[in-house]
Design a protein around this ligand. Structure first.
Ligand code: NAP
Ligand code: MG
Length: 489
């Protein structure tokens, strides 16, 4: 819906009327215990913390802070759950996964609203991306559950046991699905720890498991901060670790696991190059650039945070990009017209602010469209830096916010050199009309995923993961299954 409002110069301007999604569909409990062995239990630690909405700072629910004793109970419940779950016929396991997938679809609106409330992301993203993809991951893996012998012929796949899974706050329910669906399909049980700022959809997922009558102990969910995650990784009763989060914590986990023989996969940070050639379809590329860095406020591991533009089209591209930025709507995550929601936490806002200040101090030129920020909550306007040198912190460090660093190149070889000049290697984008150039670039870019004439495309059948400091192991597809299986011989 649109309204016509008078402009200060006397003309008229089209603006958007508020289109809020109703939050009445979600009712959070006042307090959530831990989900262990199919039951909700009070934390032995006796400690609780509050999860709040980053858009309003309003407290949403109290959540248990799992301590060492709680972690131990959860791992014990997962061990018992593993005995039952791994003993089921694979087609039975598939049945439960299909049920979960369908319940996620049935409860999609409720879960999308909960995700936007707890994490601050725009409802149109949680509704159109997070939820459909989360359900798709369960459908996809339900299909594999009784076909593992065909996925890995002559290798006799078997489950690993209890999988410890730790996830970040940027795609809470989707990261849960990426972890839980393949683990269960392969016959493992799970202890999952969601991030401190976004635990609520994982706790609603516990209810989905109940509704699906999942055998007790197959999925266990323990909330808490980083110390809970560290305790889980330290526990000697786990058989596998799957971690998605920062490179720094990934390294700490790897140190902890060194010499213990526990297989692990690490999905870590990124600093992707989005590479735009002069022969591209420019308007399409602009959409890809915007989607690449402003989707989910830039809280995306594979965000196209470095824009590499062929020098000959820099000016027209920047002109169009500025024009497009002025149309982005920032504000209430529950408004269906919102493009840019809230920054996930005060700590993340401080980190973005600090890095943006470093960019200015190092000499980059900052551009932000006129944009009003709400008074309460955590917000950052869409930002573009030009005059960026490769050595600047904003070109090297992951900002994990709506901040784009623009650099130029002249030849394809220079584009490859600049794109690969990073400690990370998670994703990249290439925009050109030439198919041969796409293949030439893709073969040389050291990134787990290379998108061509598109960006941020995901499918459960397509493996996702990094090189170098972006981690190792793949999630999705047959490669993703392999990370949850042992093989004979
Ligand atoms: P983070 O600080 O590493 O946290 C990730 C998870 O680990 C959270 O649940 C966190 O708990 C927990 N944790 C913290 N310290 C721990 C420790 N010492 N041992 C075990 N667990 C610990 O990362 P984040 O800031 O939440 O997420 C952003 C990062 O995730 C970015 O770097 C992003 O690129 C990366 N990411 C990667 C992918 C991928 O697929 N490659 C996908 C999404 C995000 P608390 O929440 O309580 O701190
Ligand atoms: Mg929250």
């Amino acid at each position: 819906m649109t309204d016509i409002e008078p402009r200060t110069d006397g003309g008229l301007e089209w603006t958007y009327a508020p289109a809020p999604e109703s939050r009445a569909i979600v009712s959070f409990e006042e307090r959530y215990g831990l989900y262990v062995g199919g039951e909700t239990v009070e934390p032995r630690s006796g400690e609780w913390f509050t999860s709040a909405s980053p858009a309003t700072e309003e407290p949403l629910a109290e959540v248990a802070q799992a301590g060492p004793e709680d972690v131990d109970l959860a791992v014990g419940a997962a061990r018992a759950g593993y005995e039952t779950w791994s003993g089921l016929r694979p087609s039975e396991r598939a049945k439960y996964l299909f049920r979960i997938a369908r319940i996620l679809q049935e409860r999609a609106r409720e879960l999308a609203v909960a995700e936007s409330l707890d994490g601050g992301k725009p409802i149109k993203e949680s509704r159109d991306v997070d939820l459909p993809l989360a359900a798709a991951h369960f459908f996809y893996h339900a299909g594999w559950a009784d076909k593992l012998e065909y996925a890995f012929p002559n290798r006799r796949p078997r489950p690993l046991g209890v999988a410890a899974q730790i996830i970040p706050w940027n795609f809470p329910l989707l990261m849960l699905a990426w972890k839980v669906a393949p683990a269960l399909a392969c016959g493992n049980s799970v202890v999952l720890k969601p991030a401190e700022t976004t635990p609520l959809t994982a706790l609603l997922f516990a209810d989905v498991c109940r509704q699906a009558e999942l055998p007790p102990g197959a999925v266990n969910i323990i909330t808490g901060d980083g110390s809970t995650g560290a305790e889980l990784v330290r526990h000697t009763g786990i058989d596998k670790v799957a971690f998605t989060g920062s490179t720094e914590v990934g390294k700490a986990i790897q140190r902890e696991l060194a010499g213990r023989g526990v297989p692990h996969t690490l999905e870590l940070g990124g600093k992707a190059a989005n590479i735009v050639f002069e022969d591209c379809a420019l308007d399409q590329a602009i959409e890809g650039i915007v989607n690449g860095i402003y989707f989910n406020q830039g809280h995306v591991c594979c965000a196209g945070s470095r824009l590499l533009v062929q020098e000959s089209i820099l000016e027209p591209l920047l002109g169009k990009l500025r024009g497009r930025l002025s149309t982005l709507r920032l504000g209430d995550p529950l408004d269906k017209n919102t493009d840019i929601g809230a920054i996930n936490s005060r700590a993340q806002l401080d980190r973005i602010t600090e890095l943006v200040e470093s960019g200015q101090a190092e000499g980059a030129e900052l551009y932000q469209p006129a944009c009003e920020l709400p008074e309460r909550g955590y917000w950052f306007p869409p930002t573009v830096f030009t005059n960026v040198a490769q050595s600047f912190r904003i070109a090297q460090e992951e900002i994990f916010g709506p901040v784009l660093s623009v650099m130029t190149f002249r030849t394809p070889a220079e584009a490859v050199d600049k794109a690969n000049n990073t400690a990370y290697g998670l994703s990249a984008g290439v925009w050109t009309e030439k198919g041969s150039r796409i293949l030439w670039m893709a073969a040389r870019l050291r990134a787990g995923v290379v998108w061509a004439n598109t960006f941020n495309r995901f499918d459960p059948a397509s493996p996702f993961g990094g090189y170098k400091e972006s981690g190792f192991g793949r999630e999705g597809g047959r490669h993703g299954l392999e990370a949850y299986l042992g093989f004979e011989g």
